[in-house]
Design a protein around this ligand. Structure first.
Ligand SMILES: [Mn+2]
Length: 236
């Protein structure tokens, strides 16, 4: 049974942010890791997948909406916007067949029994959808039907790239924030689950990360780099 679970969500192809958080996770004494989805969509998809697939120890993965979209190369025919289709196609082509298979093999949700906290449910968006957002200001009436079937008293989610920890609809709902593309925060955001719940933010060399990203050849590389240097205030 893990006592300290590091929840790493929405890496979005940012290798420097992931590396910085993994170092911090080790210092924090985490004994399990959960990746909460949206690993590859971004400027360094192959490198991020190589890194997470080589991790040892107890590691769980929850699939995000963009993991599906990248692995299945969703384009405008699947109803995604033009620039997203372009990034999906580029990321898909950067990945090896094994890495694509890995993205698709992930689970929609994971439950871990965390010492001192009990059963914790990890999802990407909401417990019923990897595209549904739970925001820090989403009204309780909207959240109720999303969590009505959930037995766990703690739910960890992501997808909206803004951290929060709130009691709502009879549950403690924690948004881990985004490691690679945070909004309303300066550094790489994640959460340490157990024995308490801590929202964490890890600073790293943003200038160097942005310079590497500009060289990635990814569509929108300049925009990804700019977002790292000056994170947006509002999430996606
Ligand atoms: Mn997402």
């Amino acid at each position: 049974m893990p006592a300290r679970v590091a929840a790493l969500y929405d890496i979005h192809g940012n290798l420097a942010a992931l590396d910085a958080v993994l170092q911090e996770v080790e210092r924090a004494g985490a004994d399990a890791l959960v990746f909460g989805g949206d690993l590859a969509f971004g400027p360094q998809p192959r490198q991020v997948l190589e890194r997470v697939m080589s991790l040892g120890g107890p590691v769980s993965f929850v699939r995000g909406n963009t993991d599906r979209e990248v692995a299945e190369r969703h384009g405008v025919e699947q109803g995604v916007r033009g620039w997203i289709a372009e990034v999906n196609a580029w990321c898909h082509d950067q990945l090896t067949p094994d890495q694509r298979e890995f993205l698709l093999s992930q689970k929609a949700h994971v439950t871990l029994h965390v010492e001192g906290l009990g059963d914790v449910l990890f999802v990407h968006g909401s417990p019923r959808s990897d595209e549904e957002a739970i925001r820090r200001d989403t009204p309780e009436a909207e959240i109720l039907p999303m969590v009505a079937h959930v037995g766990e008293s703690i739910i960890v989610c992501g997808h909206t790239h803004i951290q929060f920890d709130r009691m709502v609809a009879g549950k403690r709902v924690v948004n881990a924030g985004s490691v690679g593309l945070p909004s309303a925060a300066r550094g790489a955001c994640w959460a340490l689950i157990g024995p308490e719940i801590e929202l964490r933010e890890t600073l790293y060399d943003f200038e160097r990360a942005a310079a590497e990203i500009r060289k990635s050849g990814a569509p929108k590389a300049g925009e990804f780099a700019d977002d790292i240097l000056n994170p947006p205030v509002a999430g996606p």
